[in-house]
Design a protein around this ligand. Sequence first.
Ligand code: 48F
Length: 259
Amino acid sequence: MTKESDSMEIETTRLIVEEGISDFLENLTVDVAIAGAGPSGLVAAKYLAENGAKVAIFERKLSVGGGMWAGGMLFPRIVVEDDAKPILDDLGIKSKKRGNLWVANSVESVVKLASKAIDCGAKIFNSIGIEDVMIRENRVTGFVLNWSAVEIANLHVDPLTIGSKFAIDATGHAAEVCSVVQRKAGKLNTPSGGIEGERSMWAEKSEKLVVKNTKEVYGGLYAMGMAANAVFGAPRMGPIFGGMFLSGKKAAELILDRL
Ligand code: 48F
């Protein structure tokens, strides 16, 4: 509540704390909780929110965009194949046809994708990392989270928890949420029952496999993007991002069917 006698600094503090807390409280339970705001996480959030799901992304870093900002080896360009071009168009990302591939600016891609996800209603909580999950009757029912600053400072601070109907591991190469579930639940829905591990670069194969591997890996938990390829033992692909976009869209469609 505003007090007329407060200085601008005190009023600023009140507004920031009140609005920040209210955002957090409004998202204590969501339809879909996503770990990681890289390209696959943002695409999934956009399509989920656009279709009416209540969706929150928790991103460990200050910035969203994951590995897409820097393009390939810091040249700020990404490429996608024909099958992902409609997603670039849907997001308003400009692209140029070069041979069999479309080339886009990586900075424009992150900015427009994040902006669309937010406009569609997805909530992004940055500087918060997922360190664990809640599991009830063989199903992931929420994320256990903490400020990244706490993790970086190695402080002994207990985390907090949010609830979700479905959870997504979009943490990239490390597949962090799936790793924690494997460790604590003992088994994932993979051929070996565990994380198969990412294989060496093979773009053509990897681009197809990342979409195929986008699926439920444990009750209520989906893996997508590079996390899906790490979990199912598929190769990496470098700065080709069509598979990331298609994987995010597929995860959204699979979950929307079940909501
Ligand atoms: O790595 P990242 O961009 O994952 P992605 O969506 O896309 C992969 C590509 O960038 C690239 C590639 C294909 O072209 O090979 O690598 O699969 O984004 C993952 C995001 O998750 C965050 C991390 O900071 C990054 O922004 N993240 C990782 N672990 C956690 C996390 C965690 N435990 N909690 C919250 N966020």
